[in-house]
Design a protein around this ligand. Sequence first.
Ligand code: VAH
Length: 315
Amino acid sequence: KILVVGACGQIGVELTLQLRKMYGGANVIASDLREEHPMLKDTGPYIPMDIMNKETFHVLVLRYNITQVYLLAAILSATGEKNPPLAWNLNMQSLLNVLEVAKEEKLHKIYWPSSIAVFGPNSPKQQTPQHTIMEPTTVYGVSKLAGERWCEYYHHRYGVDVRSLRYPGLISYKSAPGGGTTDYAIEIYQDALREGKYECFLKEDTYLPMMYMPDAIRATIELMEADANRISVRSSYNLSAMSFSPKEIGEAIRKHLPAFAISYAPDFRQKIADSWPSSIDDGAAREDWGWAPGYDLERMTVDMLKNIGGSTSGA
Ligand code: VAH
């Protein structure tokens, strides 16, 4: 059975729904601290759980015969800077709890997301390599960098089959984002439809690596389904689909909503965005397990504008 921890988050909701489609609702247990997300209702078992409590997590693994864990609980970059100790504690202890139980119970596979936030101001900005300088300047990035080292340690020392992707900024409409620096690229679509304008908290030429959620979900599944002997990276794979700036996504929206107006009021998140790469080299993912993105800015924009409204989460 599969357990998704953090199933009510931006990635968790869509990953849980996809896993349930593939393996059957009853075989995918969703858990989170919060009450069940409306989109998960009646699609499979939901168990409130605090992943910071290793014992209750361990008991749940035994009681429900869990063999795979997807750990998506985390505090993201912007929120993390408002409470560094909490971000470090949650992001690290949740992973260590999962890795320890995976070792003790010989769980089949573990998934844990990293992020382009592991790179810092002196990492190469363009086509950032899989292996390079990594001096992250956010607590979130530090926790993801440390987490990658722990994943590699548990794999090489104890044989835990833990796999990971360095997600770029993820854009989706089904569930609310969790306080990231890239969330402007979600808000912009919602505001464009609701108000016809958007005040962006990043400068117009801030290029960031981005990906549409359907691609991120597919990449996660493809990585987890790949033969173990094809996985050459046990820290976390670079993953890429596109890069764009607020100016460019504004222009993509204006093609469909000609009256849309964008203004700029950079805030504390500008400094975070400036520390990250503008584009990513995901050659290792393409080589090892055949990664290829499906959505570019235009295709994503059409899909986002078409779907927002009905299914934007109220949460
Ligand atoms: C954040 N959406 O902004 C996340 C992600 C690369 C960005 O890690 O913190």
